[in-house]
Write a protein that binds this ligand. Sequence first.
Ligand code: Q9C
Ligand code: ZN
Length: 681
Amino acid sequence: MAAGTALVYDGEMSSHKLLWEDPVCDIEVPERLSSCYDRLQHYNLVERCISVSAREGTDSEIMLIHSMDYLETVKGTEKMEEEELQKVSAGYDAVYFHPTTYRCAKLAVGATLQLVDAVMSGKTRNGMALVRPPGHHSQRNAANGFCIFNNVAIAAKYAQRKYNLQRILIVDWDVHHGQGIQYTFDDDPSILYFSWHRFEHQKFWPSLRESNYDAVGQGKGRGFTINIPWNQVGLGNSDYLAAFLHVLLPMAFEFDPELVLISAGYDSGIGDPEGQMNATPECFSHLTHFLMNLAKGKLCAVLEGGYHLRSLSESVCMTLKTLLGDPLPPLSGEMMPCLSARESIQNVRAAHKPYWKCLTYEDVTPLQDLSTRSCQAEEAESTQSNAELLTPQEVGKGNISEVIKTDRFLEMHMKSIIVSLKPPIKTAAAVDESDTHLLPPAVHIPKGLDVKEFKTTISAFDVKLMKEEALSSLLNMLAVLNKIIKKEVINGLAVSSTPSLSSAIAAAHCRKLKVQKILCVFVGDMDMKIELEDGKVLLINICAKQSEQVNTKHNISLNWKEDPETNNFFSATFGFILPVAYSYQPNLTIVIVGPNQNLGKNRISLLISLLQGLAQSQILALIQDTEEKIMQDITNILTGGFIPNFGTYAPDLKENVQMIKELREQFQQEWKLLQCSAASS
Ligand code: Q9C
Ligand code: ZN
């Protein structure tokens, strides 16, 4: 099993710089690269990575995407004087050349390919390449938008050829449309290209018709280009999350890539002068974490844009920290996608319904004519949601400057990154003596329990008739839970013969220790014994048996019909459980795996892996002792292993999808991340 995270960096790529005045290009500065690297060093992240050297991309590698003519043109700039360089630059849209540009662009290509090799050869599981100049706008015959060679497009072609890959996913979270990548793979069904981008009804650069949601690819490639046009600035964490949950992830898991490439531009982050969006650095941790569950974890992130140096470098750090397997930071702000974002999401889902099985049973209402819609209501709404994050004094001042707002967010972020320092031990476990050999050596097994500490918790429950063995396993479970709450470990697992009683006792113990919000996910048919009165628990119950219980905001049952042929559970995971969980923002997650669960171990593993995005990754997994074969898989996930492949995709049963749809409608006012259309509000 491949482990470790590669970091590819070469300071020489800082030599490419603008030599004359040009207000369009002057944001693409050498410090973009050096400030990222400095910040990585500051957080001791460089030393935790496997350092991989850059190299030059070769002519034939560059010509996987670009024409020989264009390559010769770029080569020619190496010997030019400033005046001539200016002339060549003026032949393209938003581009500058420097005598070292050719050398740096070759290093950017080669660095990206070195990363692909590290990951595909199994030298590392994943990694990041910090490169300049960026790539995603450049085209077969043209430089464009600060981009010379299309690093990620070349990497995709290279990986297909060298490693015989059938399916590659490219996620372009840069705030600009990577039209260069789209053009390259427009008719190619083996590359799924996803891009969101500031669009503003085609007013924003590069102002292309083909950046809209109805550009879905051509010929055999129809359905394999996904564009989410953002028609408003000021979008943030919840809008990006909604786009991932309701658009990208269902399609990406259906596509089942063998490699994930990220065109990782951070001009979609807060404070960026180009993007004007509000996503905080933490958001990029979550986006990264979602994608790490695909392709057996094989993921390469390659730097594209990002022009606010502090925001850029913090976001790069969060991406790399996540690749390294650190716990996920909490997300700030109310989880409520805005109307304009929901409208874009709805339109993309509608445009893609013919091509994706995961959308088959979704009724997406007919498209709206975007050009005639007024944005006033949206603007009012977005101003309001920004205002919520400011102090009354700041709001009183009227228009708070973007600079102050960004600084405040980055400050909050710096505090949270210190809080989320990694404990030395990741996982604690309480299992039967006879099962300890099933655990990896790094797992901590608490011993020498302070029984008194747990006595008061347990005494409220009817445990007098319990056998000694069962009682001691309860105490062990509480010891593991205690370590999670005290942040001595990140997560834990406990095997129990009475998981539903154990979970009730665990929840009671959490309350005693003042854990504010607990998310409990039950998988299997069990009695719920958890106290719900005080609203400090959100209970999601995935069961095969129809229950008579009436769903409420904090107690929701999913009656999931068994069907081993088609169950992939993605519609429940992405369409309901994660949106609700992210809306709730718990402080601790407890997953209880009981009898008769019909999801299969891969689905449960995926669910638990994704739930690590919540509650700063603090999870307790409680497993019924009869479900032994699941224990090892869950241990693997909790200790940082990756998700196994899912096999051929088959859509969820119509009645299951229908059930999810109804639940979504029922609860989208309470849990707003469920909203994925403009109709809901
Ligand atoms: N009026 C990347 O982020 N702006 N490129 C042109 C013309 C160009 C961005 C504005 C922005 C290029 C990699
Ligand atoms: Zn960009």
